[in-house]
Design a protein around this ligand. Sequence first.
Ligand code: NAD
Length: 357
Amino acid sequence: MSIHLLDAMAREGFEEVTAIHDSRSGLRAFLGIHDTSRGPAFGGIRRFAYRSEREALRDCLRLSRAMTYKCALADLPAGGAKLVLIDRPDLELEAAFEHLGRCIQRMGGRLFTGPDLGTGDAELAALARFTTYVTDPGPAGPGELAESTAAGVCAGIEAALIQLDGEADWPRRTLVVQGLGEVGSRVARRLVQSGARVLAAEIDAGKAERVGYELGLERIDPASEYDPPCDVFVPCAMGGILHDLTLTRLRCRIIAGGANNVLARALHGDRLHQRGILYVPDFVINAGALIRGATFHLQGVRESVATIEARVGRSVARILSLAALEQLPPARVAVREAERQLDLAHVGEGEEDEDTL
Ligand code: NAD
């Protein structure tokens, strides 16, 4: 591998990166704990058929750092982590997740984990047999995670429309939703209920048909999802979709959605800014599930979806108005603001250390 891991960790402020291997189940995974100066680390488990260890490690580093930023900007007493698991056909899934459960339990509450791509209810149940530091998908857990994310996304879209036009004015708006999964279908439902015109693209034809029919959406071919003129493009599928090829196709004024790590590289946020497209940073707008999960685990409270909606709306409005004032790309401003919060926490830690000497 040609990643200089310790150099990358030092440069980006990582506390810990662990490789996890279990020959019985065939588990090969990386755990990244980025920064716990504000509180214990939160991050889901992503199971994906990575083409190489290098690709998995990179994803782990990128996603865990974004989780720290997400926690800081949502003002949660928590930090960021991510577990990435290299999927392959001979992996014994149940045993692999049980092994991870034992690893997480041994960490004694330094890490809380939950669902992500490739980790659903069955995998969470296998984890929960060996650790208490995992989100229960049933009635004993925080519940309404995707609904919390969707509510925050819609509040963030509203904040962006108000930032540009002074009002949301939903009946005059056209939005393109990419992906009609857990988050995208709920976002689409809320937008339709607001009176907006909603176009939707979904690569799973059966799901597209079912959800599209139920919500009365105008369906578009995923091959042309970046092309329609619209007010808002709403990415709710995979990360890394905004790159050199897609940027030139977009004909929207705002990009704001639930998907994580939408920008292929940070410079694509700068290019959107140069093109006059308002990009709402993903880790600000999609924090709803994290807020719901973290407040449940840390304070024993299920924060209401309406409260989360208002909270995310305020947070998006703050970043967008700072960015407008300074004429900077919102993604750059969001990273800077998150790092400021972390600097404050690090100063606090230093003072505590001095007290105990
Ligand atoms: P999901 O798997 O339920 O839905 C994703 C959907 O996108 C699927 O239906 C898939 O078929 C579709 N899709 C994939 N590529 C597509 C493409 N090119 N065009 C159109 N459709 C495509 O996942 P989800 O839980 O809804 O999460 C969606 C995104 O939001 C992910 O990036 C996830 O990391 C992020 N996210 C989710 C939550 C949450 O609460 N579930 C919270 C924060 C962030």
